[in-house]
Design a protein around this ligand. Sequence first.
Ligand code: TXA
Ligand code: MG
Length: 324
Amino acid sequence: MIRASDIEQAAEVLRAGGLVALPTETVYGLGADAENPAAVARVYSAKGRPPTHPLIVHLAGAEHLDSWADGVPDAARLLAERFWPGPLTLVLRRGSRVPLEATGGLETVALRVPNHPVALELLKVFGGGVAAPSANRFGSVSPTTADHVRAELGDAVDFILDGGPCEVGVESTIVDATGDTLSILRPGGVTRESLEEALGFPLAVPEASPVRVPGQHPSHYAPRARVVLVEPDEVVAEAARAQDQGHQVGVFLPPAFADAPVKAHAVVRVPDSDATYAHRLYGYLRELDEQGCDLIIASLPTEAGLGLAIANRLRRAAGPRDAG
Ligand code: TXA
Ligand code: MG
């Protein structure tokens, strides 16, 4: 349980230039006072993240939009009103309040209002913007519990607010609203379908973003084990073959094959519901690492709804490891 005094203490840590791990509905964030360049620099070093990679600035409510961004287009305002608080990040023109340290030197800024009572209370009590990337080491799987944060970052964090497991489980959807048309830079907790329904027009989902988005590096969201993606009806056979070859295989068993006999070191039964799958995805990857798997065999879900974000993260996890 989080007490009011915990929130006060966390806000004090932020004011003093310290780092606070905070729960959000997507994943845990590693937060610092967005207007304090020295505090923001500590976020980058704690994560081992290159300083040119921009952070998301978290706000207490959509009413703060115009003090952090300039020239907010109507479509972005509509999305903020419809989806905040919630798993949507808007990339906008940087307001003068945002130091370049928080944007990795870009003239744009990523803003979001998280939908978690603890995060919202902290943002309200603190009063400013909290720059917070996911609270993991650069390139690894995002934390969805306070224990994951402790395991990843330990003493590098000054204060951890434990708000329980994150409900959504995958990161926010990032929408670029800096150009003439809106586009999705990273699929996430708000589905493309619900964004398009709110806007009344389709959104581009570019293959490779023209802006620098580290989440788009192939090596991101990766567990220690190598991840190999195959067709759903090949999962069982591939797992057995790799296990026979001497691998410690972890299997993501698709729902249609839930009752199939499996030869593997560890088995994850993929839930039927994409919401449940997203909620548990990063936990599964961590568990298979902990169980000593060196190879994970998985398949992609249908890329609609939350399945788009899940497939994106699985592809990144399976991507080449030499990309950063
Ligand atoms: O759900 C989330 O978004 C979580 C929680 C903690 O809010 N945060 C998160 O932050 O995933 P991070 O830093 O792991 O990913 C933020 C992504 C990065 O891929 C970054 O490149 C992109 O947002 N980003 C930030 N500012 C940007 C900008 N100005 N232009 C384009 N992309 C930007
Ligand atoms: Mg991240």
